[in-house]
Design a protein. Structure first.
Length: 330
């Protein structure tokens, strides 16, 4: 790797959801000249939803619009924003090294991890077979294909209920399948769901198998299993939307940083400091509890302030040290 492919920055922000962009606004205003890499989903999870009704200050804003506004804000404050996916991150020494997909290497004195979360899947072989052929994790992306058809949504959280409601715009019938007898979604969403004549809820059932045909390849239904008795039944469906939650996108750091609850990056309470000084985490990648746009943005702000403090301390420690000398340990 030649020097030409190396890019040096004080602060590298990985991720372009609410956490990353908010960190960028604060860091840019602190004159840290941050570089933000967007990853394969510029704007993050809110770009795959429609109406957002709990971003404070906006009674309703479309998710993709909100994220474009955040991007423009971060850019206007002086953030360098790159369409780049980080394939590998080396946190073993400073400057930290992030290896981009296209061959670029980013050398950073501090890193803010804001890689968010990704949809979880059921883990059934039949689900894998029909992914993209009737099995989806994004109603706003694929709902359009089910005009006048029957679809099923799996899950009982906000995402499942929102996806089910969204799908009623296209599909003839939407069946929500939940493994318990009550939903964890917000009450206002539950109210809308139960009031919708196109929606039926099947309680206490899990998916046993996705049923389908090979020619043409497509889903025809689901075999469901009662969570307590194990009794099975079939449900006709052309589309299946899996909405059973999200897992943190922490693959880059799982073997380098402390994690909790199956991969969420651990931060010191009340801060965004991870187990490695100079590496900060914000948003869904560290948060298994709240997982909201506004809380992610709040943590993004904290991460930028934590990074600013860290960099200032480093600079103070470096005064009087020859430039080429290795940095003192913490
Ligand atoms: P994310 O939004 O998850 O963004 C992660 C970013 O990291 C992406 O830009 C991705 O490209 C990037 N990235 C990941 N890996 C890499 C890598 N290796 N290299 C470079 N970049 C990388 N919350 C609400 O408050 N209100 C809502 O109405 C709402 N609706 C939702 C609807 C849906 C369908 C979903 C899925 C979620 C919804 N949420 C909502 C939750 C909200 O979207 C998340 O809490 C929030 O987006 C988390 O922000 P984040 O910045 O942590 O990360
Ligand atoms: P979630 O709240 O974790 O809900 C996941 C749902 O899937 C739960 O009902 C869970 O059942 C079920 N489930 C999990 N594993 C399953 C399995 N293997 N088989 C069957 N069912 C399974 O996830 P989410 O709905 O994706 O929401 C994630 C976060 O984003 C939340 O914090 C949510 O508030 C936020 N969000 C907010 C909005 C909004 O504000 N409007 C919209 C979307 C998302 P149990 O209930 O039995 O655990």
């Amino acid at each position: 790797m030649g020097m030409a492919d190396e890019k040096r920055t004080k602060l590298l922000i990985i991720g372009s959801g609410p956490a990353g962009y908010t960190a960028a606004v604060y860091a840019a205003r602190a004159m840290l000249e941050p570089v933000l890499v967007q990853g394969v989903q510029p704007g993050g999870q809110l770009t795959i939803t429609t109406e957002v009704e709990n971003w404070i200050g906006e009674e309703m804003i479309m998710g993709p619009d909100l994220m474009l506004k955040m991007e423009a804000h971060a850019r206007a404050m002086g953030t360098e924003i790159l369409f780049e996916h980080i394939a590998r991150l080396d946190l073993s020494e400073r400057p930290f090294r992030a290896y981009g997909d296209g061959g670029a290497v980013y050398l950073a004195d501090a890193v803010i991890l804001a890689t968010g979360a990704q949809a979880r899947w059921l883990g059934l072989p039949s689900e894998e077979v029909f992914k993209g052929f009737g099995v989806s994790a994004c109603a706003t992306c694929d709902g359009f294909f089910y005009r006048g058809k029957e679809v099923a949504v799996i899950g009982g959280g906000n995402t499942a209920v929102e996806e089910a409601l969204y799908l009623t715009r296209h599909a003839e019938k939407v069946t929500l399948v939940h493994r318990r007898d009550s939903l964890r979604a917000e009450k206002i969403l539950q109210q809308r769901l139960f009031a919708n004549p196109k929606v039926e809820v099947i309680w206490d059932h899990v998916v046993d198998e996705v049923l389908g045909q090979t020619d043409p390849k497509g889903v025809t239904g689901l075999r469901l299993k009662h969570a307590a008795t194990g009794a099975t039944r079939e449900l006709a469906a052309h589309g299946v939307f899996v909405a059973i939650g999200h897992a943190p996108a922490s693959e880059l750091v799982r073997d380098q940083l402390e994690t909790h609850h199956g991969g969420y990056v651990t931060v010191q309470p009340g801060s965004t400091r991870t187990s490695i000084p100079g590496v900060f985490a914000a948003g869904d990648v560290t948060d298994h509890v709240y997982r909201q746009a506004v809380t992610s943005a709040g943590m993004g702000c904290m991460a930028a302030l934590d990074a600013e403090k860290f960099l200032a301390e480093q600079e103070a420690a470096d005064v009087g040290t020859p430039r080429a000398a290795p940095r003192a340990a913490e």
